[in-house]
Design a protein around this ligand. Structure first.
Ligand code: ATP
Ligand code: MG
Ligand code: MG
Length: 372
């Protein structure tokens, strides 16, 4: 069977690997971490840096196609690999998604809305009138996730101080918007260019980290369709190949603006494993292999709940999963991470029910029993 390669071996890589293996492929994972969650299922684990030339050479020589599960792998590694083997997403798309300044510029260029923002490439850019972006959030252009690298600022003085606190690196200052809710749409674009979009998820966060995804999103059908259309439009504008996640803000007035993108499957798309005809991970396999995207129909309303390290005991003891699995309509997914730390994504569960509201109610009750 053909070998598929993936840069990054976190939980997204683990679920990708399971999907690929199920479909009959072999998988090579490149990840420097000896305990990478994907390694347990992979045929080959290359334990090296994402720009290690020997490892990249081995990937190029042994794999039929290559993808990534982590946006911060070196874009140049993907560009080098692409000279030898089909790579998706492209290094160029990865580079855009790695940098909020480029990302927002591309979203605007595609004719789509973002929050009002000011790119702060250097300290000089703080001399602009900041008032249109205040109160706002200062976000580092690179490497932020789960709300890290972000500071809320009310005044220009605070914005300047926060910019210095973040080390004077490139940032964006983004206006704080009144949110009715947040949603995401995950689009798959294959080569030849066929596009499929998953049902829209409504995402609730706790302490800056995704907590719960509800599908179907509890929003207007027209608004959900618009989010799907915007995701499609962005994938076309980027000439994107692979799985692309698009996060949206739904404003109090009902407008949709794009918050950010992820060039890979997304936490808010875990539900597709249990509740869709095709999972986002199977879509990733299909897209990288030049196959048709699978159907994205939702088979049942579903709620996904993230399991963070916070619910593990201080001595590392696991929650009582038996309680969760007594619910015949709940599915538990654990990522095999050895060390539970607060805020660390250790697993998730999905609850399927006749309505999203019923699934949410049951998911919340299970959260209480687990102490999440
Ligand atoms: P992720 O883990 O999704 O990559 P991140 O660290 O890149 O997160 P963002 O998605 O930019 O962070 O922001 C995290 C959360 O903060 C958003 O989901 C939203 O709840 C809130 N937030 C961010 N920007 C704004 C804004 N301009 N107005 C209102 N709320 C915002
Ligand atoms: Mg992000
Ligand atoms: Mg986000």
């Amino acid at each position: 069977p053909a070998m598929l390669g993936i840069l990054g071996g976190g939980q997204l890589g683990r679920m990708f690997t399971v999907a690929a293996k199920t479909m009959g492929y072999r998988v090579t994972v490149l990840d420097p971490d000896g305990n990478a969650p994907a390694a347990e299922f992979a045929d080959v684990h290359l334990r090296a840096a994402y720009n290690d030339h020997a490892a990249l050479k081995e990937l190029a020589e042994t794999c039929a196609a290559i993808t990534t599960e982590f946006e911060n792998v070196n874009a140049d590694s993907m560009r080098w690999l692409a000279q030898h083997v089909p790579v998706s997403p492209s290094g160029d798309c990865l580079a855009i998604a790695q940098d909020r300044i480029q990302e927002k510029a591309w979203i605007r260029k595609a004719g789509l809305a973002t929050a009002p923002y000011l790119a702060l490439e250097t300290v000089e850019d703080l001399n602009h009138d900041l008032a249109p972006y205040l109160p706002g959030i200062l976000k580092t252009a690179r490497l932020g996730y789960d709300g890290k690298g972000q500071v809320r600022v009310a005044t220009a003085v605070e914005a300047r101080a926060a910019y210095a606190d973040l080390g004077g690196q490139p940032c964006v200052l983004e206006k704080m918007l009144p949110l009715a809710c947040e949603v995401s749409a995950i689009v798959t674009r294959s080569n030849p260019h066929e596009v499929a979009v998953f049902p829209v998820a409504e995402n609730r966060h706790a302490k800056g980290i995704l907590d719960v995804s509800i599908v179907p999103a509890q929003v207007d059908a027209a608004l959900a369709a618009q989010a799907q259309q915007m995701a499609r439009q962005l994938a076309e504008a980027l000439d994107y190949i692979g799985v692309l996640a698009v996060e949206f803000f739904v404003l109090d007035g009902g407008e949709l603006v794009i918050n950010e993108i992820a060039p890979r499957p997304h936490n808010s798309g875990h539900y597709t494993i249990d509740a869709c005809v095709t999972s986002q991970y199977e879509q990733q396999v299909r897209a990288m292999c030049g196959l048709h995207p699978g159907r994205t129909d939702l088979l049942s309303p579903v709620v996904m709940v993230n399991l963070l390290g916070d619910v593990w005991q201080d001595d590392g003891g696991e929650p009582n999963w038996a309680v969760l699995m007594q619910a015949p309509n709940a599915h538990l997914h654990l990522y095999g991470k050895r060390e539970a730390r607060p805020g660390r994504k250790m697993g998730h569960y999905c609850v399927l029910a006749d309505t999203a509201a019923a699934a949410l109610e049951q998911a919340e009750a299970l959260k209480d029993t687990l102490g999440t």
